[in-house]
Every structure is written in C-alpha cells, then in structure tokens.
Ligand binder design. Structure first.
Ligand code: FAD
Ligand code: NAI
Length: 469
C-alpha cells in the first residue's frame, strides 16, 4: 500500500467516514485513521445507536407492562432480562460498525488503526497501540475527531457509580435510585431508559427549564409529560459535590442555583450529562498552529478550512450542533469542496430529535428566537388529541406547531412533541429546504389516517382554517 493520498481523514465517526466515502466516490485517493477498534465514532459505538437500542427495548418493556392489557393483549407481567437487553444493544452496535467497515472497503478507502497526529501540513503520523508508527503523506487532511464528555469540576467519573453516557449504556443492574445531572438530551433519553426499567430517577438542572435551546412551549409540555411518567426534576439547582460511599452508591449535594441552603440526595448511580466538549487530544494542533476558539472548537471558514492550508475540520470538533447528521452533511460538503465542487450545508434546516416517548422534534427558529429578532410570525398549532390515528393508537400527548413569516407565509420553524415526531419532521425539512410556505404544506395531500395529518392541520391552523379543531 503506497502511503501517498489526496485526503487523509482523522476519525471515522459519522463526519469522518461519510467524508471519506464521498471523497472516494469523487475519485480522491483516500485513507482514514481511527483510534478505536471499530468505525462509526461516538454515534455508532457509544452514542446514537446504543442509546436508541435501549430506548426501543425499554419502551417495549413498558408497553408490555402498562399498555398491552388495554389493547386486549393479555400477557403475564414482563420480566426484565437486562443481560439479553444489553446483548440486543451490542448486536445492533456491531451490525452498524461492521456496516461502516464494509462501506469503507467497498469504496476502496484505506483504513489505518491508531492515533492520528498531524506531524506537519500534508503529513499524518499513525501511532498504533503497540507503539509502532507510520507516516502518511497527503494533499489534504480532514480532522473529524468528534467530542468527549464534559466533566463537572470535582466530580470524578468512574463509569460504575458516577457514570457518563458511556457507563449509563452498560449498567449491569437497574439502579434503585438514579440521579441525573443535566436536563438535556442525554439526561432525558437515558433517564427515560432507566425509569422504564424500574429506577427512581431525579434530574438536577442548573437552569429553570428542561431542554434549553428548544422552543419554550415544547420544553414546558415535555417537562410535564416526563413528570407524569415519573421523572422528578430539580430545576434551578446546582450540584456542588458527589461523594462515592464505601457502602456503595453516592451522596449528591445540591444547592439552589442562585445560592442558598444545600440538601443531599442518595443515589445508586449518578449520571453526569452536562454536555460534550470538542476532542483534539494528541492531534498535535499546536505543532502545526491550527487555531481553536475559547471553547476548544477548531475554527474553520465556511469551506471548513482551518487557518493552516490543507487542513480542514468537520463535525462535533467544530462549532454548531453536536449531531450525527450535521457531521455527516459537513463530511459530504468538505469532500465535494476538495473535489472542486460546491459542497454546502444549510444550518437553518437541521432537525433536532429527542427519542423519548413521546419524541420531540424541532427544526428552524423557535418562538423565542423570532421574538428576540423582531420577526413577525403566525403560529399554527394542532394537538394530537384531535388526530384520528393518534386517538385510536392512544398516543395523544403533544402537538405540532408551525411558525410562518407573517408577511410571506414562509415556514420559519416547526416544533413537534408526539409519537414518531422524529419521522414527522422529515417532510418539514424538505419543505423548508424548498422555501415552502405554510400554505404549500397545508395544500399537500397527506394520507389518512396518519400522524402526518397533524402536520397538515398545523399548517392549516397558521391561516386559522384547521378543520379538525
Ligand atoms: P465522533 O462520532 O465523536 O467520531 C470521532 C472519532 O474520531 C472517534 O471514533 C474517535 O475515536 C476518533 N478519534 C479522535 N481522535 C483521534 C485521533 N487523534 N486519531 C484517530 N482517531 C481519533 N446525535 C444524533 O444526531 N442523534 C442521536 O440520536 C444522538 N444520540 C447520542 C447519544 C449519546 C449517548 C451521545 C454521547 C451522543 C449522541 N449523538 C446523537 C451525538 C453524535 O454521537 C455526535 O454528534 C456524532 O457522533 C459526531 O460525529 P463526529 O464524526 O464529529 O465525531
Ligand atoms: P445538553 O447540552 O443537551 O444538556 C446539558 C444540560 O446540562 C443542559 O440542560 C445544561 O443547562 C445542564 N447543565 C450544564 N451544567 C450543569 C450543572 N453544572 N449542573 C446541572 N445542570 C447543568 O448535553 P447532553 O445531554 O450531555 O448531550 C450532549 C450532546 O450530545 C448534545 O449537545 C446533543 O447534541 C448530543 N446528543 C444528541 C442526541 C439526539 O440527537 N437525540 C442524544 C444524545 C446526545
């Protein structure tokens, strides 16, 4: 194998492997360097895929326990076989990571396992676990090294009692009491998993709301629904210490965020889920002088180029939402740019989905953002209680809300809480990419009886002409 490439990609998460495949499709001689034994990055190994596997399995467990009888399906109380559930998750992960390995091979991308270090412009050193190394020469380098768990000062993660999302995906028994620090996406997805399997879950959040950054109405409704399911919230609260006890478990000290009297909570497991930070350890950025911002993110221009010629960066390691599909689209865009085409990502139209039950999905601007920017808008909202399919399925929690420009009727944002919201948002992403108006969505024929009719009705509601409400 000759060691000279058009492109070397460091990291094979969703950003890196997609970039490499697209570059190879476009005729660039491409190699990837990955320090994990398997490809797919955080997403496939310890993120999106295993968390969705456990969400799926735990939802089935809860359905069987609480809802089957109401459908006339009589089964004895389901028993949890956590070991098999974890094996189900691991099989799903292996299937996906092997799939990426197959795709890289199929596209003739050379793969190197080891830590990639940029030794200079056009040179990537691969340091393997046994200490051996080899140098790859390349015209271009794309850094796609992703992100890592954000740490809480003074709280050591041992992945047994005090866990990050990684440890929370492989607990060997259901904790009686789980304390989650952070009411963001990970806290609520993995909090839901362990609540469904029998844990008593308390979520501690620094801010006065859950899911900061999401539309305020969505946050309020979601907090209410999660509360009804049994998750307890302590908002406007900060954790000032976590002590692991010799007898097992931990004591968590909590204070009001604004200051005040401290209280303590006992937990069998504490999940730290306060965000993620860009990962650039061992890359040698200093050696080549690649600039990062004050949050450690690699700085790039609109073509993903860093300040050093021939070095590019994409995905969680640069600014923007830390989402797999955002990383993938950037991977594709940078490959196209390097092949002389015009790659591009529309950051105004990136869906964001939380895979709880019900799901939350949003795209575009929130009401708060539109108000802040002084943009006049009309809101059309339709509750699932009025959707025929949701009614018959008894999945009536939530709503679809469409925000459209008051003058042009162009769709500016969509926010959904409801069953299958993650799939429902797809049509709105396409509509927004095509600059659709609410009326365009309203006049599009939607199949009956489907949940998508709630989307049509919300679009009709923008013009105050919903039919079923
Ligand atoms: P990563 O996936 O982090 O991949 C980076 C890769 O680079 C890693 O494999 C790493 O080993 C490798 N690497 C790092 N440094 C080096 C080096 N020097 N040399 C060689 N290799 C290196 N996003 C969604 O869109 N949907 C979800 O449902 C979702 N669920 C998630 C659930 C959890 C629990 C977590 C933690 C994250 C989730 N995410 C989800 C976020 C998603 O995983 C990330 O946004 C995505 O993986 C980012 O892709 P990336 O390619 O930028 O980086
Ligand atoms: P997050 O940013 O979603 O939420 C972190 C929460 O912790 C916020 O509500 C924040 O206010 C709170 N917080 C921060 N410091 C705190 C403190 N000291 N005490 C109490 N609360 C504190 O981060 P999370 O949940 O860790 O997820 C990380 C990233 O992974 C997300 O940015 C998301 O993009 C990605 N992800 C995406 C998923 C999806 O798309 N379904 C699923 C899981 C993760």
């Amino acid at each position: 194998m000759s060691n000279t490439y058009d492109l070397v990609v460091i990291g094979t998460g969703p950003g890196g492997y997609v970039c490499a495949i697209r570059a190879a499709q476009l005729g660039l001689r491409t190699a990837v360097v990955e320090k994990r034994a398997t490809h797919g990055g955080t997403c496939l190994n310890v993120g999106c895929i295993p968390s969705k596997a456990l969400l799926h399995a735990s939802e089935a467990f809860e359905e069987a326990a609480k809802h089957f009888a109401g459908l006339g399906v009589i089964v004895s109380a389901p028993k949890l076989d956590l070991k098999t559930m974890m094996a189900f998750k691991d099989e799903g992960v292996a299937g996906n990571t092997k799939g990426v390995e197959f795709l890289l091979k199929k596209n003739k991308v050379d793969t190197f396992h080891g830590t990639g270090r940029i030794a200079g412009a056009g040179r990537v050193e691969v340091i393997s676990e046994d200490g051996g190394n080899r140098m790859l020469e390349t015209k271009n380098i794309v850094i796609a090294t992703g992100s890592d768990v954000a740490r809480l000062p003074g709280v050591a993660i041992d992945e047994k009692v005090v866990v990050s999302s990684t440890g929370a995906l492989e607990l060997d028994k259901v904790p009686k009491k789980l304390v989650v620090i952070g009411a963001g996406v990970i806290g609520l997805e993995l909090g839901s998993v362990w609540r469904r399997l029998g844990a008593e879950v308390t979520v501690i959040e620094y801010l006065d709301r859950v899911l900061p950054g999401m539309d305020g109405e969505v946050g309020k409704q979601f907090e209410r629904l999660m509360g009804k399911q049994g998750i307890a919230f302590k908002l406007s609260s900060k954790v000032t210490g976590v002590t692991v006890e010799k007898k097992g478990g931990a004591t968590v000290t909590v204070e009001p965020a604004a200051g005040g009297e401290a209280e303590t909570l006992q937990a069998d497991v504490v999940l730290v889920a306060i965000g993620r930070v860009p990962y650039t350890e061992g890359l040698g950025l200093d050696t080549v002088g690649v600039q990062t911002d004050n949050r450690g993110r690699i700085q790039t221009d609109s073509h993903y180029a860093t300040n050093v010629t021939g070095i590019y960066a994409i995905g969680d390691v640069i600014a923007g939402p830390m989402l797999a599909h955002k990383a993938e689209d950037e991977g594709m865009a940078v490959a196209e740019i390097l092949a002389g085409k015009s790659g591009h990502v529309n950051y105004g139209v990136i869906p964001n989905v939380i895979y709880t039950f019900p799901e939350v999905a949003s795209i575009g601007r929130t009401e708060e953002e539109l108000k802040k920017d002084g943009i006049a808008y009309n809101a059309g909202k339709f509750p699932f209680t009025a959707n025929g399919r949701a009614k018959v399925n008894r999945t009536t929690d939530g709503f679809v809300k469409i925000l459209a420009d008051a003058t042009t009727d162009k769709v500016l944002g969509v926010h959904i809480v409801g069953a299958d919201a993650g799939n429902l948002i797809g049509e709105l992403a396409v509509a927004m990419e095509f600059g659709a108006s609410a009326e365009d969505v309203a006049r599009t024929c939607h199949a009956h009886p489907t949940l998508t009719e709630a989307v049509k009705e919300a679009a009709l509601a923008v013009g105050k002409r919903a039919i079923h409400m």
